[in-house]
Design a protein around this ligand. Structure first.
Ligand SMILES: CCC(=O)NCCS(=O)(=O)O
Length: 349
């Protein structure tokens, strides 16, 4: 294992795991989501460039991926700084920033935000979805990709000395592409060398998480130290959910705050409400998985910020925790989900 053993690596350096406090395991503070622009139905084209103002907010909330400006979170560093200060004031301690290569990771901005707000920020290594993979990167072998990821953790990424503390979010589509499979194998190999946490973005199909676990395990990865993101929009059937839970990864409900009727990336999906997310957590707790649950908002577009009428980064602490408690989840279980489980996951072996 590396010299990082027993520590958590933030953009400001190593910290003792006991310092983390309440942790959101899947957020973005600066990124660009142009790669996933969704065209609108005929007649609605003008809305894709409409100003981000009150009369358009509802349309943007329902069609977040079809509004050009909404996809550029990187323009909102000042608003994000304010939000992080509010998160800290609400009792938050740490944010895992999941932006990887392909969606405009900006480590100097993350370091600056961490310094200015005193929120611990853990940055992500590796690559996002196939659609963002460059021609050069596609030519790399698994060994070369492993070297790049290991280097991002041990020495710094994007030409900086700022080190990543987690591998991911590693992007996968459905079906998983060959290039994405190579990255998954590289993530598993890097994890074996480093003993570090991994986090995965599964494709939008209920079979995707299980297939990813299979690929990671075959490549020697440690699934017990891996978070499967976006379960909210991926596995609905309770039996399928339990089958997946048995495989041993962390299960992440990370779209808290998203309430939308039509989910443009997969129109066959009924996006759950926050109440249904809390019900899913309560169900998994009842089934014995309270040590494997983590939660977040996955803020990745402008409309999710309070500046634009969104819920911001404090919604879980301010609104979801009281709801969890009112639905029979105990304070001890809440603390596991927000403090103990993230701490265990983020600590290098
Ligand atoms: C970059 C942020 C991201 O991938 N978010 C997931 C969106 S969704 O696939 O759950 O809609």
């Amino acid at each position: 294992m590396s010299g990082l053993s027993g520590k958590v690596q933030t953009v400001l350096g190593l910290v003792d795991p006991s310092q983390l406090g309440r942790t959101l395991t899947h957020e973005h503070l600066t990124m660009n989501y142009d790669c996933c622009f969704c065209p609108v139905s005929p007649g609605e084209e003008a809305m894709t460039t409409a100003p981000m103002e009150m009369k358009n907010v509802h349309w943007i909330q329902q069609n977040p991926y079809s509004h050009r400006e909404n996809l550029v979170l990187s323009q909102e560093t000042e608003a994000v700084r304010e939000e992080l200060l509010a998160f800290k004031k609400a009792g938050g301690g740490t944010i895992v920033e999941n932006t990887t290569t392909g969606i405009a990771r900006n480590l100097p901005v993350l370091r600056q935000l961490a310094k200015e707000t005193e929120v611990h920020i853990v940055a992500g290594a590796g690559y996002y979805l196939d659609v963002t993979h460059s021609a050069d990167m596609r030519k790399m072998t698994v060994e070369k990709l492993t070297d790049v990821i290991v280097n991002e953790v041990l020495h710094g990424a994007d030409g900086t000395d700022i080190r990543c503390g987690v591998i991911g979010e590693i992007g996968t589509s459905w079906p998983i592409t060959d290039s994405e499979k190579k990255v998954l194998c590289a993530a598993a190999h890097a994890q074996t060398q480093l003993g570090c946490p991994v986090i995965i973005h599964p494709g939008r199909n209920s079979a995707a998480p299980k297939e990813i676990v299979r690929i990671l395990q075959e490549a020697g990865g440690d699934v017990s130290k891996t978070v499967m993101s976006h379960i909210d929009r991926t596995i609905y059937d309770p039996t399928e959910l339990l089958e997946f839970a048995k495989l041993g990864s962390y299960i992440e409900y990370d779209l808290f705050g998203v309430e939308m009727l039509n989910y443009a990336f997969n129109t066959s999906v009924d996006m759950p409400s926050d109440s249904q997310r809390v019900q899913a957590l309560a169900y998994l707790i009842k089934e014995g998985y309270e040590d494997k649950l983590v939660i977040a908002h996955d803020v990745h577009t402008k409309n999710r910020l309070t500046k634009y009428g969104g819920h911001g980064y404090s919604h879980i602490l301010k609104n979801i925790v009281p709801k969890m408690l009112s639905r029979g989840i105990t304070q001890n279980q809440v603390d596991k989900i927000l403090i103990d489980n993230p701490k265990k996951w983020l600590t290098f072996k």
